[in-house]
Design a protein around this ligand. Structure first.
Ligand code: HEM
Length: 473
């Protein structure tokens, strides 16, 4: 299997203030847009700043150029169909509540309407038509519709396009509609694609990290490889990453974690040696990989683990990882850090766990079967000291509650024998009297001391210039 993690980064001065990375990089690289040139019927060439295929097979393609100075965006929708095509803006990928534009050409006549959907049904025509058709054509390649709209049309039936990521929805029909409305697209001719329409395409560099291995024949493998970062002369910011999982391998690849390695002076060769001895990496739990454990500890983000044991047969079990004040007081600077993204990693169902389908207990651990509740934060500025922050249920409480002597629960100990019995820990839990067990007390021990801070946000959407009487969202 060949799986890749692609890192995207751009040069810049150190991040300051509350700018998110994208906007900092934007200033320098605005001129470095990739250009997409599309020949037009009359032999002219139209240049577009952005292009995305909205579906996997490249049937529906969208080209667009935002013009922030004039507050408008010009789009060109290409659909490989001889019928109708539609494009929509949606908050969540659903039709309901979306802002839709639909068009087709029939017998030389172009049909083009600004609509909105109030359900999974024919989108209604907006009272105010705010999409301006600039060009339409149809040939054996399919349908092309070029149109523009204001970023903020001030019509409550249209989306106000901000620099947030929106779901673009699309749909098409293979033939022209009989009447003035499109017909149902069916299940194969519609889809969703998340896009940040205003996001600048900055001069990105890519660093691909490729794992090319045959997965060992065991239930779960953790594979550790060492890669040398590209040589760079100026400060760089990683601004995103993309897992590239070979089609067909999706069910085998569970996650990637990138750690940075620090070696003391004079020790540089130990990692070089590992790379030489294991050019494709090794199983993370092999003694050979110990060097990685000892030198590569800093995840490119901080994370919290909730290590618990999940009783079987429950539909709501809350697992909570604490990063206690004792740690954050020492590790975080008094002015705090800027967290700009967070990513959950859980094995069952988010961190509210569902073990209804399970007869046995689920231990906390690394296999895909085990419980795992992690949260990865992306933040700046970088903290040298904080790599990870974890919490566990008090062991003493755990031992008394489950009568398991001194055994510490971990992925390996689940097969160990409980003192003075002939049972493994997993068997002990299988025969455990779950009916009379004080589940409430156990759950409270898990989630104790959780306080939810007040939500504060400095986020302000871009200013709007709508007439006072205009209805806005
Ligand atoms: C006569 C016109 C239309 C009708 C009757 C219609 C009807 C429906 C129905 C019944 C569904 C739910 C079943 C399914 O997933 O296929 C649906 C879903 C969907 N429709 Fe439409 N639709 C129309 C036009 C459009 C247009 C113009 C677009 C896009 C611009 C669109 C985009 C979608 C998408 C993306 C979904 C899936 C939403 C989801 O996954 O929740 N539809 N539509």
């Amino acid at each position: 299997m060949k799986e890749k993690l692609l890192y995207l980064f751009c040069d810049e001065e150190p991040l300051v203030g509350d700018n998110v990375m994208f906007s900092v990089c934007e200033k320098r690289f605005r001129k470095k847009y990739t250009e997409f040139r599309i020949p037009l019927v009359l032999g002219q060439t139209q240049t577009w700043e952005r292009h995305e295929s909205l579906d996997q097979d490249g049937i529906v393609n969208l080209y667009w150029t935002p013009d922030l100075e004039n507050g408008e965006i010009t789009f060109e929708l290409h659909a490989k169909t001889q019928g109708w095509a539609g494009l929509g803006f949606s908050a969540n990928g659903a039709m309901t509540g979306s802002d839709i534009v639909v068009g087709w050409i029939k017998d030389g006549q172009t049909f083009f309407t600004d609509r909105h959907a109030v359900g999974n049904e024919l989108p209604l025509v907006d009272e105010s038509q705010d999409y301006e058709l600039l060009f339409a054509s149809e040939d054996e390649e399919g349908l092309t519709l070029r149109f523009k709209r204001l970023i903020d049309t001030c019509d409550e039936d249209d989306f106000y396009i901000t620099s947030d990521t929106w779901s673009l929805i699309y749909a098409y029909g293979e033939t022209d509609p009989d009447e003035e409305d499109p017909f149902y697209h069916g299940r194969d001719h519609r889809g969703v694609h998340a896009i940040n329409l205003l996001d600048p395409q900055i001069g990105l560099k890519e660093w691909g990290i490729l794992n090319d291995i045959i997965i060992p024949p065991i239930h779960t493998s953790y594979w550790c490889s060492v890669f040398k970062a590209p040589q760079i002369d100026t400060k760089q910011h990683i601004i995103g990453y993309l897992p590239w999982v070979t089609k067909g391998n999706e069910e085998y690849v569970h996650h990637f974690t990138l750690l940075t390695c620090t070696v003391n002076e004079g020790e540089e060769s130990v990692l070089e040696q590992f790379m030489q001895d294991y050019p494709k990496g090794s199983n993370c739990f092999d003694p050979a990989a110990y060097i990685i454990y000892s030198k590569c500890r800093s995840i490119l983000s901080a994370w919290a683990v909730g290590g618990v044991l999940v009783p079987p047969g429950l539909n709501h079990f809350m697992s909570v990882g604490h990063c206690p004040g004792e740690c954050t007081e020492i590790l975080l600077p008094p002015e705090g850090i800027q967290v700009f993204a967070a990513q959950f990693h859980a094995h069952l169902l988010e961190c509210e766990l569902d073990s209804l389908e399970r007869d046995l207990v689920t231990p906390g651990g690394f296999t895909t079967y085990a419980e795992m509740c992690q949260l990865f934060f992306m933040y700046y500025p970088k903290l040298e000291e904080l790599n990870q922050c974890a919490s566990n249920v008090d062991y003493k409480y755990f031992h008394t509650l489950f009568q398991v002597g001194g055994i510490h629960l971990n992925p390996a100990s689940i097969d160990w024998e409980v003192d003075a019995t002939n049972q493994t820990l997993q068997e002990h839990f299988r025969d455990f009297d779950w009916e009379d067990f004080d589940m409430k007390a156990y759950q409270e021990a898990e989630v104790k001391d959780v306080t939810y801070p007040e939500y504060e946000s400095d986020y302000e959407p871009p200013p709007r210039h709508c007439p006072v009487e205009s209805p806005v969202h």
